[in-house]
Design a protein around this ligand. Structure first.
Ligand SMILES: CC(C)(COP(=O)(O)OP(=O)(O)OC[C@H]1O[C@@H](n2cnc3c(N)ncnc32)[C@H](O)[C@@H]1OP(=O)(O)O)[C@@H](O)C(=O)NCCC(=O)NCCS
Length: 195
């Protein structure tokens, strides 16, 4: 995907799947981009990575001149729908090194990842994030579509979803995060985040 217009990315920037040799650089991206939360996010990535396989989940990096400038990860969680449990994907985390921000790298990672998951037949991608950013990529508030968030500590506006072509109307219900999000206490806001 290297289209012009929205979703294009800087010349010289390559998007590709993360390789084992990228791990340290990916960690560094999250430590630098997330500031005080960087350690939690970097540790979460190291745990989630073990759940990513060629058929399930996705870990993409943006590389420019041999430097990892951005990273995005999608991993499997469950939607507790009335008919049955449905495998969905959660976009978390996304980060771009501060020096590379506002050049379309984050946009390219989101769009490439969503396109790859759509091709695999994934019905829904959920995330927690700033609606101001993700609305640009087609995400909408999950509550409005009948989805329930996995924690009351997630602000309503932050709980967002992107429905892909394989989504069917009966696929509603509660998002159940995979265990690593709880183990790393990486769900929603704690009182200490809002004080
Ligand atoms: C959010 C982030 C991934 C965006 O990456 P990026 O490569 O700079 O994104 P893009 O270049 O594709 O888009 C940049 C645009 O998004 C806007 N934007 C960035 N963060 C935003 C936010 N939280 N809310 C609204 N808009 C935001 C920028 O202002 C910019 O707008 P402009 O094009 O009108 O100037 C990056 O800023 C980052 O790593 N932030 C720290 C980690 C983080 O918050 N990750 C997201 C967790 S949900």
């Amino acid at each position: 995907m290297r289209a012009s217009g929205p979703g294009s990315y800087p010349p010289g920037m390559e998007l590709r799947e993360e390789l084992p040799a990228d791990r340290r650089a990916v960690r560094d991206v999250h430590l630098r981009a997330f500031g005080d939360h960087g350690l939690v996010v970097a540790d979460l990535v190291d745990t989630l990575r073990n759940t990513v396989t060629p058929d399930d989940g996705l870990s993409l990096v943006a590389e420019e001149d041999g430097r990892i400038a951005g990273h995005i990860m999608f991993t499997r969680s469950l939607l507790d729908a009335p008919r049955r449990l449905v495998e969905v994907q959660v976009l978390s985390p996304l980060a771009v090194l501060p020096a590379f921000q506002r050049r379309g790298v984050g946009t390219a990672l989101v769009r490439r990842g969503a396109a790859a998951l759509a091709e695999r037949g994934v019905p829904l991608i959920f995330l927690e994030g700033d609606p101001g950013y993700y609305a640009r990529h087609g995400f909408v508030p999950g509550g409005g579509l009948g989805f329930r968030k996995p924690s009351l500590r997630i602000p309503d506006g932050a709980f967002q979803v992107l429905a892909l072509p394989d989504h069917q109307p009966w696929m509603t219900g509660t998002l159940v995060y995979s265990e690593p999000f709880w183990r790393h206490d990486a769900v929603g806001l704690r009182e200490t985040d809002t004080e």
